[in-house]
Design a binder for this molecule. Structure first.
Ligand SMILES: NC(=O)c1ccc[n+]([C@@H]2O[C@H](COP(=O)([O-])OP(=O)(O)OC[C@H]3O[C@@H](n4cnc5c(N)ncnc54)[C@H](OP(=O)(O)O)[C@@H]3O)[C@@H](O)[C@H]2O)c1
Length: 164
């Protein structure tokens, strides 16, 4: 199974503020939905509880959760091995790691592809960050034209990187 990661990153690598996304970019949310629909998604407990609607419909929601808090409507797992096994069991040909910061950091070395929305702004208040994307490891496979979010005015691009 291909292991993919999906994230939206600011120019200073900020990805979150106070347990929330730093922006509301409708087109990026649409892209996230279209890209992940039908595939298992793996996330940390904090990200799961930050979702406005949960579980995400049409996708197996796999939640990394060491705290032991039961989340009956999702598939709770205690390790990445268990998360990937639960994803494999769906028969899907890929899965998506969807955050947050601690989960991205731990998962990155195992990923095959990264779906990254580069949002061109600097977030001085960000309190969680994505790791630096090493060009020696990751090759840019595609990059969309630049879109501009009408709400925030932020320019952004959808990119895909594959492991060299
Ligand atoms: N920009 C984006 O695209 C994007 C996407 C997703 C999230 N975010 C942002 O990221 C932030 C949340 O990130 P975060 O790092 O604070 O939290 P997180 O990664 O979502 O969740 C952390 C929790 O996940 C569990 N966990 C993590 N690694 C684990 C492992 N190896 N095994 C078992 N459980 C594990 C632990 O739960 P227990 O505490 O139960 O042990 C841990 O406390 C928010 O601001 C969110 O909005 C941004």
């Amino acid at each position: 199974m291909e292991k993919c990661l999906i994230v939206a990153i600011a120019d200073n690598y900020g990805i979150g503020i106070k347990n929330q996304l730093p922006w509301h970019i409708a087109e990026d949310l649409k892209y996230f939905k279209a890209t992940t629909k039908g595939y298992p998604v793996i996330m940390g407990r904090t990200t799961y509880f930050s979702l406005p609607f949960r579980p995400l419909p049409g996708r197996k929601n796999i939640v990394l959760n060491l705290g032991g808090e039961d989340i009956p409507e999702a598939c709770c797992v205690y390790s990445f091995d268990e998360a990937y096994a639960a994803a494999e069991a769906t028969g899907a040909e890929k899965c998506f790691v969807m955050g947050g910061a601690s989960v991205y950091r731990a998962a990155l070395p195992e990923m095959d592809r990264l779906y990254i929305t580069h949002v061109h702004t600097v977030l001085p208040d960000a309190d969680v960050f994505f790791p630096v994307i090493d060009p020696e490891v990751w090759e840019e496979e595609s990059r969309s034209e630049t879109h501009v979010d009408p709400e925030t005015g932020y320019p952004f691009e959808f990119t895909v990187y594959r492991r060299r």
